[in-house]
Ligand binder design. Structure first.
Ligand SMILES: NC(=O)C1=CN([C@@H]2O[C@H](COP(=O)(O)OP(=O)(O)OC[C@H]3O[C@@H](n4cnc5c(N)ncnc54)[C@H](OP(=O)(O)O)[C@@H]3O)[C@@H](O)[C@H]2O)C=CC1
Ligand SMILES: CC[C@](O)(C(C)=O)C(=O)O
Ligand SMILES: [Mg+2]
Ligand SMILES: [Mg+2]
Length: 355
């Protein structure tokens, strides 16, 4: 049976009246569009390897752009991909997928991409940072689009190979060809995103919500919450192993329920005692002070303060980033976790990915 169209999918679920977003599914996409392109994936890290391999597996003509001496070159070549320098890959391609780190993109674009762009080419990002904050201004005549997976690259690839997909956002900044949206949808389908849904947005909305999500909730908020919970228990004299299982290991199990059926599913599965504690204590942990800080973090994203700070930090050799990263690695929960995960073969997942 053919996959439902966007309209059928929302109607089927009876939720159209509550949904403002336009969401596309496989039936709304045409894989042939990206199959007709010569694609250069620049960068072969978390997202780059997922895009390059899944595009290739979807029948797309892919080459990877990496500098001479890049440690990613061997990985891409071992995976059977053709690797060129970024400039040579861009020169050959008519769709350039920029998958290098955000901090590298502005100089990469200036030196290796822009000189080789021709009218009719398309430039694709998976995060709008450099365009949104004005570090990259593409020329007229080129389609500028965004296909932003809402998940880590290694999971983007893993879900694709398992027949599933990670939802994506699609946005068009410049539609020189008149076909930029259709191209973005085609690309999203080729990396598995259209199996889960592709939401239409703008570069600004993607960039600002993505930065907010990773800072306040997904990465920053969650890591800080786990560490604070662990520290509270251990400082009060409880065993670190028990604290680890309570605030980190079990978090995945709780989030699995939330992922599968929303917060209501988690509350259904947990005890009434837990639910009463959740309802009365949760808002004390994340109270007005935290909500005010969230609004401040969002303002810093919207007015460009965060972007300016991050680029300056990178340009000065990342002193704060490196110090904070080292402090995080040295936190007590890491050593306890490493030991406990090593005793659970089905949990232990050291970094073994080839990109
Ligand atoms: N990580 C994620 O899951 C997500 C990332 N994004 C976005 O995807 C983009 C890529 O991020 P991410 O996948 O995390 O990046 P990574 O840091 O994982 O990978 C970077 C890759 O780019 C290569 N690289 C470094 N410098 C250059 C250069 N000058 N020219 C070409 N290649 C270069 C690196 O090679 P080397 O091995 O030599 O260092 C590496 O292969 C960013 O815009 C990010 O915001 C969006 C959604 C999620
Ligand atoms: C949550 C972090 C992320 O935004 C992502 C995996 O989606 C990123 O930039 O890596
Ligand atoms: Mg993200
Ligand atoms: Mg991000």
């Amino acid at each position: 049976m053919a996959a439902p169209s966007a309209a059928e999918h929302t109607a089927e679920k009876g939720i159209r009246e509550h949904m403002a977003a336009t969401i596309y599914y496989e039936a709304d996409t045409d894989l042939c569009i990206v199959q007709g392109r010569k694609v250069a994936v620049i960068g072969y890290g978390s997202q780059g390897h997922a895009h390059a391999l899944s595009l290739r597996d979807s029948g797309v003509d892919v080459r990877v752009g990496l500098p001479e001496g890049s440690k990613s070159r061997a990985k891409a070549e071992e995976a059977g991909l053709r690797v060129l320098t970024p400039a040579a890959a861009v020169a050959e391609a008519d769709l350039v997928s920029v998958q290098a780190p955000d901090t590298v993109q502005r100089t990469l674009y200036r030196d290796d991409i822009e000189p080789h762009l021709r009218p009719g080419d398309a430039l694709l990002f998976s995060h709008g940072f450099n365009v949104r904050y004005g570090y990259i201004t593409p020329p007229e005549g080129v389609d500028v689009l965004l296909v932003a997976p809402k998940g880590p690259g290694h999971l983007v690839r893993r879900q694709f190979t398992e027949g599933n997909g990670v939802p994506c956002l699609v946005a068009v900044e410049a539609d020189a060809s008149g076909g930029a949206l259709a191209l973005g949808l085609s690309y999203a389908a080729a990396i598995g995103g259209a199996r889960a849904g592709v939401l239409e947005t703008t570069f600004a909305e993607e960039t600002e919500t993505d930065l907010f999500g990773e800072q306040a909730v997904l990465c920053g908020g969650t890591s800080a919450l786990i560490q604070a919970g662990f520290d509270t228990l251990v400082s009060a004299g409880y065993q670190p192993e028990i604290a680890y299982f309570e605030v980190l290991h079990e978090l995945k199990l709780i989030v699995d329920l939330i992922y599968e059926g929303g917060i209501a599913r988690q509350r259904y599965s947990c005890s009434d005692t837990a639910e009463y504690g959740d309802l009365t204590r949760g808002p004390r942990v994340v109270g007005e002070a935290t909500r005010a800080e969230m609004r401040k973090i969002l303002t810093e994203i919207q007015d460009g303060t965060f972007a300016k700070e991050w680029i300056a930090e990178d340009e000065s050799g990342r002193p704060a980033f490196l110090r904070l990263r080292a402090e995080g690695k040295a936190h007590g929960i890491e050593a306890v976790g490493e030991r406990l995960r090593g005793l659970m073969s089905w949990v232990d997942r050291p970094i073994t990915e080839t990109a």
